[in-house]
Design a protein around this ligand. Structure first.
Ligand SMILES: [Zn+2]
Ligand SMILES: [Zn+2]
Length: 242
């Protein structure tokens, strides 16, 4: 046994790993991150999805079909997909990651995204991963960009380059929380810019964010990238509000 493993085992005895949602002590035989009870409550978004925005019709027995929103609105990404539904268990974990600055939770959540197999989507068609940027003011406050942590994990697993400086947030916007869909679109309009169009031109790009709420932020990012010459954009998020 190597030294690090010994230290790790001692650490696990003194500070046994806990479920990141409910803090139950995890048994060594159990899966990491979430206890079995919490894990059972996580809803993976694998079927009955809107083919464009990924809205899930969880209680509908019907096949995938376009949602009302995608029938009415112009979206600049060709599709958006998320791993899990935005509910208490994941919400608590994201909250501890972002606002409690717990990076070990961040890497656990990143593996959720990196290890998920998106059924109707081929990673090999894409050559660049771009995380949704934070404004420099917010980045300084938080100390890290949660979307970059997710993008790095996915990039490593799928061997796709990550570039966090091509898309920049030039406008410090109000928080989108509590705003209506229209207000969100207005608030985020013109917030992003591309720093080097040559590196975007003709590329198929995967945009990464932690949460898909109304899609306003991701759509504005996709619009900025498409106007800079990108060929195709998909948006992947860890969770999606349904
Ligand atoms: Zn738990
Ligand atoms: Zn839709």
């Amino acid at each position: 046994m190597i030294f690090n493993e010994i230290l790790n085992n001692i650490g696990n005895i003194i500070f046994p790993p806990q479920c990141i949602s409910c803090a139950t002590i995890l048994q060594p035989s159990e899966e990491k991150v979430f206890c079995p009870t919490c894990r059972k409550q996580i809803k993976y978004l694998t079927r009955s999805l809107c083919p464009i925005c990924g809205m899930a019709f969880l209680n509908s027995p019907s096949e995938s079909h376009l949602c009302g929103n995608c029938l009415e609105n112009k979206l600049y990404f060709s599709c958006a997909r998320a791993v899990v539904s935005y509910e208490t268990i994941i919400l608590n974990a994201i909250h501890q990651f972002k606002y409690g600055r717990d990076l070990s939770i961040g890497s656990a959540l990143a593996s959720f995204l990196a290890d998920f197999s998106f059924s109707d989507f081929e990673f090999q068609d894409y050559s660049l991963l771009v995380p949704v940027p934070l404004h420099i003011k917010k980045l300084r406050e938080r100390g890290f960009n949660q979307s970059l942590i997710l993008a790095n994990a996915l990039g490593k697993k799928q061997r796709i380059d990550v570039n966090f400086s091509l898309l920049k947030r030039r406008k410090s916007t109000l928080t989108q929380t509590g705003l209506s869909k229209k207000e969100r679109e207005q608030n985020i309009k013109g917030a992003f810019e591309v720093s080097n169009k040559k590196k975007i031109a003709g590329k198929n790009i995967i945009l990464i964010d932690d949460v898909y709420t109304t899609g306003a932020t991701l759509n504005e990012c996709a619009k900025t990238l498409m106007k800079a010459g990108a060929e195709k954009i998909v948006a992947l998020t860890l969770t999606r509000v349904l």
